[in-house]
Design a protein around this ligand. Structure first.
Ligand SMILES: [Zn+2]
Length: 408
């Protein structure tokens, strides 16, 4: 997989529905077919590999994502999809009594770097994002999701499936596991995140000739905002707030013109929802002050959020028991990054596992996880999939949830 979109620094660049993403998806699809999975693709480009062993029963779905950030690491997402495929294949070939069918999934556009929001494929399937809205989303060049998917032959007509439970394994993207000498992270909670699309509006004028007192410089306002976002953390305890401005577009971006408009993406996260809301309220106050200082207008035009919340306790205990039985060290982890499991856990019983990231480096070509840790993760994932597929999570005793891409 790491050969598709390989970068000189040893990473990959496979943004959603890019040529490299398409090549990787094609390779993965061929692998699924060779290994007797039934391959289905839905309208938002999620790829499912199904193994039906209990006709008519709901599915235990295991997966992650194959897309990447620009100039990213080889492990984020791709490890989870590959581990899911091997776990599902092993469980299906085993002789454990099965109560549910098995599926592996590559969720479309988890990263959200080319098309916002992130976790798009799972958001559509869980019903929080209408498929038509997702397909009409454009990248910075104006290409829509539907055009980009069509260019890689990435859309299908699979309507959906009944899901009994969801499992995902991922590299930690932090360094708690490494710092504590632990092999397996049992994801027990997720941080709250707010992503604000902010537009700073000034007025275009001449960089030399316009009088300083007359200038309404959108880039100056944006610069003040960037500093305010970084300084927001000063009023809070360490590691209670993470903030960044991650994206910026500037018009007209000419050497001889004062910027008339800057569009920014502000990312604010906290383990505590109330604390995050306090921080965002403070940021909005700062925006008002910056409007006066820089003589600009600052408008929040879009907000994508997800809430902190626990993962299913029974799933954590089940994964802990399997890690213990297999002789791996384990501990509870919080995920600061969003994952498709973040969406899925709102709808179905969900178990998420981490393996260590060396130095916690992620969204970077130097991202690394050792073979030993990846194989350990696969061992535990396989064991947990087997248990869940045989009905070990009593939370799956209720009706499975029908998930489809239509009518929402
Ligand atoms: Zn990921």
């Amino acid at each position: 997989m790491s050969t598709f979109g390989a970068t000189p620094g040893g990473g990959v660049e496979r943004q959603a529905a890019s040529v490299a993403d398409g090549e990787n998806r094609a390779w993965f699809t061929a692998w699924l077919v060779e290994n007797d999975f039934e391959v289905k693709v839905d309208a938002i480009g999620n790829i499912f590999g199904l193994i039906e062993t209990v006709p008519g029963a709901p599915y235990v779905v295991v997966g992650s994502h194959l897309d990447s950030q620009p100039l990213a690491g080889r492990f984020d997402g791709a490890y989870g999809v590959l581990a899911a495929a091997h776990a599902v294949r092993a469980v299906a070939a085993g002789d454990a009594p099965a109560r549910f069918n098995l599926a592996v999934v590559d969720w479309f556009n988890e990263e959200g770097s080319r098309f916002k929001p992130s976790m798009m494929g799972s958001a559509v399937l869980t019903g929080t994002l209408p498929v038509a809205k997702a397909l009409a989303t454009t990248d910075p060049a104006g290409t829509t999701v539907s055009e980009a998917l069509d260019a890689i032959d990435g859309r299908g007509n699979f309507a959906g499936l009944d899901v009994a439970a969801y499992l995902e394994i991922h590299v930690e993207q932090g360094r708690e596991l490494e710092d504590t000498g632990t092999t397996i992270g049992l994801v027990s909670t997720t941080w709250t995140a707010h992503k604000l699309e902010v537009v700073v509006t000034g007025e275009q004028s001449h960089t030399g000739a316009a009088r300083m007192v007359d200038r309404r410089d959108a880039l100056y306002g944006a610069a003040e905002l960037i500093v305010a976002v970084r300084r927001l953390i000063d009023g809070f305890e360490p590691e209670q707030l993470h903030t960044a401005v991650s994206e910026m577009y500037l018009d007209p971006n000419s050497p001889v013109a004062i910027a008339r408009e800057v569009r920014l993406l502000v990312d604010v996260r906290s383990p505590e929802r109330a604390l995050l809301e306090t921080a965002v309220a403070q940021l909005r106050e700062r925006m008002t002050e910056i409007e006066a200082v820089a003589k600009v207008e600052i408008e929040v035009r879009g907000l994508v959020e997800w809430s902190s919340g626990p993962f299913l306790e029974e799933g954590i205990l089940l994964a802990a028991a399997e890690a213990e039985r297999l002789g791996y060290t384990y501990r509870r982890s919080a995920t600061v990054a969003g994952h498709d499991a973040t969406n899925m856990k709102e709808v179905v019983p969900t178990v998420m596992l981490f393996v260590p990231s060396v130095d916690g480096i992620s969204h970077n070509e130097r991202e690394f996880t050792s073979d030993d840790d990846m194989v350990a993760g696969l061992d535990v994932l396989t064991a947990v999939v087997a248990r869940v597929a045989s009905g070990a999570l009593s939370a799956t005793d209720g009706d499975a949830i029908a998930m489809s891409v239509g009518d929402r």
